[in-house]
Design a protein. Sequence first.
Length: 114
Amino acid sequence: MDEDLEEIKRRKLEELKRQLAYQQAMQEQEEIEREQIEEERRRILSAILTSEARERLARVKMARPDYARAIEDQLIILAQSGRIKNKIDDNQLKAILAKLAKGKRDIKIERRGL
């Protein structure tokens, strides 16, 4: 009876080890894919932006990561669709940022005495 119990424990342990190894392999694969996607994004952005524009976008990314990511996504989509013919310089990027900033609403809440 003890032998049967030990055999069941051994099989269960082996199964758990296989599951853990599979999960680790899947996580590693996902990490590799994320890195490849990020590398492709960097490659596309370096192809369509001048160094000054990339620096400005990096500064925007430090201040507002989500906003910068959205801008990068739009630039990549435009580049992949062939709508960007020349490299975008710093002045053009400033104009794009200004246009996008105008669409933003400022919400002000004033508290008044009751």
